[in-house]
Ligand binder design. Structure first.
Ligand code: MN
Length: 463
């Protein structure tokens, strides 16, 4: 029997809500998993990607990670991992460094045997390059085989990765896929193979309402048992959902906040229904007065009202696109613009990403790409050229730096989440209508758009 902890989406280094305390929380959750692994004496810790929130973790988080991995190594517990979409670097990975230090194993298409199980790895692959995957894995001679990967696999919510094709074409017959990327835990069976997400270990967005935890995966005579263990001491989140009736307003919302224990918690107030507009400040101030670490108000009603009232206003996105067209930017500059503004790249990765793209153009001697274009007279021809500004998809074939992160984190409000029944102790029974806890819903509060200033600096620096 082989018994491992399956964890992932640790997001070390994430300073959620600009809070250093939250950054420490993400680290503490990882330490808790490591402590549990040592106390429980599992055979391995399997990490399914996104150990780091971005590809440039700070020194403190790196030091902490090395210390935690050393604790595992000292206990004789291997750390087997793959690279997620948040942390992927262009050449070499942090995981390679940890492997060099003897603290980790980067899983790949060769079997890495622990007990009776061969573990394989498949790093996150952008959608545009999945068709080229041949799913060739080297043969093993153990009783069980498991593949560890990172991405949104079917049949879970928001899936875009064909699990049936992977299983059908794989040269190895896997007993289980141990996955990361979807922050909601869950277990499904696809063609006699268990497909499971372990979920994140701290709430990376307010849509992650359920208790956090990780999976215990154990081989047992002829099958694989997947169970769940909670992490009891993650940061408290108080979800204050208020449906306002006609005539009600901010006082009703404040009343609802008073009904909750805010002490040291992240307080997320969600307003729906009718009633008056609610300005966030007096609500957030009350929560902070009551000891909240962070308070946020989401007024779900604003969107509808805007759509109804503002129909006569120009579309600001279109106005920006028009202005960008008028600038007559070079292809390279438009590429940078896309990197900076189109929200596909985590803010902290923008600088690196722009640098790599420009370097890659120079390396390829593609200096034409720096030629300014004539400002577009009409928009049709411009659009036909595949204007990257309007490109809403990662699958650009002319991407000069294809190894880029395809980070899907969005600065949008997290979508409303359904309550999922995946919390608590025992075996996970997640339905296919899982809460939308993918990376796409990571909390990037509106004020983080201020990071655009930094991005602006990147543009000026590199052009
Ligand atoms: Mn993640």
């Amino acid at each position: 029997m082989t018994r491992v902890i399956h964890t992932g989406d640790t997001h070390l280094g994430y300073r959620q809500y600009h809070s250093p305390e939250r950054q420490r929380d993400f680290f503490r959750a990882f330490e808790r998993v490591v402590t549990d692994a040592v106390e429980d004496d599992v055979d391995a810790v399997v990490h399914a990607g996104d150990l780091f929130h971005d590809r440039r973790p700070g020194l403190r988080d790196l030091q902490g990670t090395v210390a935690a991995l050393r604790d595992l190594a000292d206990a004789g517990i291997p750390f087997l991992a793959v690279v997620g979409n948040h942390e992927g670097k262009r050449d070499g990975q942090w995981l390679d460094l940890f492997e060099d230090l003897g603290l980790a194993t980067r899983l790949d298409d060769e079997p890495h045997v622990v007990g009776d199980t061969a573990f394989y790895g498949l790093d996150f692959v952008p959608r545009s390059r999945r068709d080229d995957l041949d799913y060739e894995f080297a043969a093993h001679d153990t009783d069980y085989a498991m593949l560890v990967s990172h991405g949104l696999f079917e049949p879970f919510a928001h899936a875009d990765w064909d699990t049936e094709r992977l299983l059908a074409e794989s040269s190895v017959d896997f007993d289980a896929l141990l996955l990361g990327d979807n922050h909601a835990p869950g277990v499904e069976e696809v063609d006699d193979t268990w497909v499971t997400y372990c979920g994140s270990t701290e709430r990376a967005s307010a849509s992650e309402r359920d208790d956090r935890g990780y999976n215990i995966v154990a081989t047992e005579v002829g099958t694989v048992a997947i169970s769940r263990r909670g992490i009891p001491d993650t940061r408290a989140f108080r979800f204050v959902d208020v449906e306002l009736q006609a005539g009600e307003g901010v006082e009703r919302v404040r009343e609802a906040v008073r009904e909750h224990d805010c002490e040291d918690a992240v307080v997320v107030v969600t307003v729906t229904g009718d009633g008056e507009p609610v300005s966030p400040a007096p609500v957030e101030e009350l929560a902070i007065d009551r000891g909240a670490l962070v308070a946020r108000v989401n007024d779900r009603r604003e969107f509808d009202e805007e759509q109804e009232v503002d129909v006569t206003f120009a579309d600001p996105d279109e106005a920006v696109r028009e202005r960008v067209r008028d600038l007559g930017l070079s292809q390279a500059a438009r590429d940078v613009d896309e990197t900076v503004r189109a929200s596909k790249v985590a803010d902290s990765n923008v600088r690196d990403s722009v640098k790599e793209r420009v370097e890659s153009l120079v390396d390829e001697d593609d200096l034409d790409a720096f030629e300014g274009a004539e400002p577009a007279a009409g928009d049709a021809s411009d659009d036909a050229g595949g204007d990257p500004v309007e490109d809403d998809d990662n699958d650009t074939t002319d991407d000069p730096a294809p190894a880029e992160s395809t980070d899907q984190s969005s600065q949008d409000e997290p979508p409303e989440s359904e309550q999922a029944s995946t919390d608590g102790g025992d075996t996970v029974r997640a339905g296919p209508d899982e809460a939308p806890e993918t990376d796409a819903t990571l909390d990037e509060p509106a004020d983080e758009q201020a990071a655009g200033n930094d991005s602006q600096a990147s543009m000026e620096e590199f052009l």
